[in-house]
Design a protein around this ligand. Structure first.
Ligand code: HEC
Ligand code: HEC
Length: 348
């Protein structure tokens, strides 16, 4: 990236030198010194050592100033036309989700570790880079008014300084938001500390960990380490009939009957902080979720092969102790430093 900017600066210097030479012949007008061009500070985001390196798009590598700009935009109601800000639904103190259902029908998906995602939304209806999803959020979901943005005394100079442009576009807003969201990483839960050998689990947490990561519970095939989602679409047998269109999931995207009832695996980080579970928020406690995996599954014909493995085809049939141990483990995924981290909070 440095080299890309170096090239841009080098080209700018050459061009302005040439320009200056031409000008000298005709007038003595002063040419602004090129060193007033602002140089962005590359951000060497420290990715957790036990995480794979996320793919960074070559045209939006992390810069400190752009992450801050994205953070300002994330908290700003100016982006919407009705007083909403991204942070109004994706609330840091709640693990970047809400305590209420969206339109009474759907839990707000959390914003954590999205740098590792390529499939977005409950039904997988958005795919690609974080930049592409942000463009949808800005240009369609919020339909951000560019006239308002371009009239903003707050943002106009910042986009000018950082992107060297006189025109704020949906794309630039989306790119800045993606910068910020890519920096929103939860990596400090008890589970992470355990993973890095920095703490020990209690007896129950450890037994729950064993259930999760072995065929006893068999959760890890979809809620994979370390992001706790494989980011793929699965039918887990939650429904046998799809009474509501929203229950049809990925089918609504592809129109393929084999995709009926498939949903993108949610990540389980900070899961104990959520108070609605599944794509329609049908469960309100982790106990209810575990009971579903234990004995609530429907044997639909496109049931995920992992759910239909012989040893669990009739449910997990865990003991009460095992269920509690599994929940104790899920609670170790809560990252209290993340939800209070000033780096992600509303900027001053
Ligand atoms: C009114 C509440 C609300 C606001 C405001 C809001 N969102 Fe969301 N967001 C949701 C809901 C609900 C979902 C789940 C939607 C779905 O799956 O169809 C979601 C999902 C997402 C996702 C997908 C996460 C995943 O796990 O796949 C991203 C990314 C996102 N929102 C970004 C934003 C951004 C950026 C803004 C501001 C421009 C924003 N949201 C504003 C409610 C909101
Ligand atoms: C075949 C893949 C698969 C397996 C195996 C699996 N899950 Fe899931 N899990 C999913 C999908 C997909 C959803 C979302 C389903 C929906 O919303 O309709 C989900 C949802 C959840 C949720 C709700 C999260 C939220 O934010 O709403 C929890 C908690 C959960 N699973 C825990 C577990 C546990 C514990 C196990 C092991 C006992 C497990 N899962 C096994 C795919 C899987």
């Amino acid at each position: 990236m440095k080299s890309k900017y170096f090239v841009i600066i080098a080209v700018t210097l050459t061009l302005s030198a040439t320009f200056q030479n031409c000008k000298k012949k005709t007038s003595n007008n002063p040419v602004p010194p090129t060193d007033t061009l602002y140089t962005l500070t590359p951000d060497t985001l420290i990715y957790p050592p036990h995480f794979p390196l996320p793919t960074l798009p070559a045209d939006n590598l992390p810069f400190k100033e752009l992450i801050q700009l994205g953070r300002m935009l994330y908290y700003d109601t100016l982006l919407s036309n009705d007083g909403r800000a991204c942070a109004g639904c994706h609330i840091q103190a709640n693990g970047f989700t809400s305590r209420t259902l969206y339109k009474n029908v759907m839990p707000v998906l959390p914003h954590e570790n999205l740098a590792w995602y390529t499939n977005f939304m409950w039904d997988g209806s958005k795919t690609g880079t974080l930049e592409e999803v942000m463009l949808f959020e800005v240009s369609e979901f919020f339909a951000t008014d560019l006239a308002k943005m371009n009239a903003s005394a707050k943002y106009k100079p910042l986009f000018k300084k950082y992107y060297r442009t006189d025109t704020i576009t949906h794309k630039l807003i989306a790119y800045s938001l993606a910068q910020y969201l890519r920096s929103v990483i939860t990596k400090g839960s008890k589970y992470d500390m355990y993973f890095r050998g920095q703490t020990t689990l209690t007896g129950d947490e450890y037994m729950g960990y064993q259930i999760f990561f072995t065929e006893t519970g068999d959760c890890f095939h979809c809620h994979t380490n370390p992001v706790m989602t494989d980011n793929m679409m699965h039918n887990t047998g939650l429904d046998s009939l799809y009474a509501n269109d929203a229950d049809k999931g990925y089918y609504n995207v592809t129109g393929n009957p084999n995709d009926l009832g498939k949903f993108r695996t949610p990540n389980l980080r900070n899961v104990a902080m959520r108070n609605y579970y599944m794509h329609d928020g049908r469960f309100t406690t982790l106990e209810q979720v575990i009971d579903f995996y234990d004995h609530g599954m429907h044997k639909v014909n496109n049931l995920d092969p992992i759910m239909a493995l012989p040893y669990k085809a009739n449910g997990l049939h865990l003991s009460t102790t095992q269920k509690n141990q599994l929940i104790a483990f899920l609670k170790t995924l809560t990252d209290s430093t993340f939800i209070t981290d000033p780096a992600f909070a509303k900027p001053d």
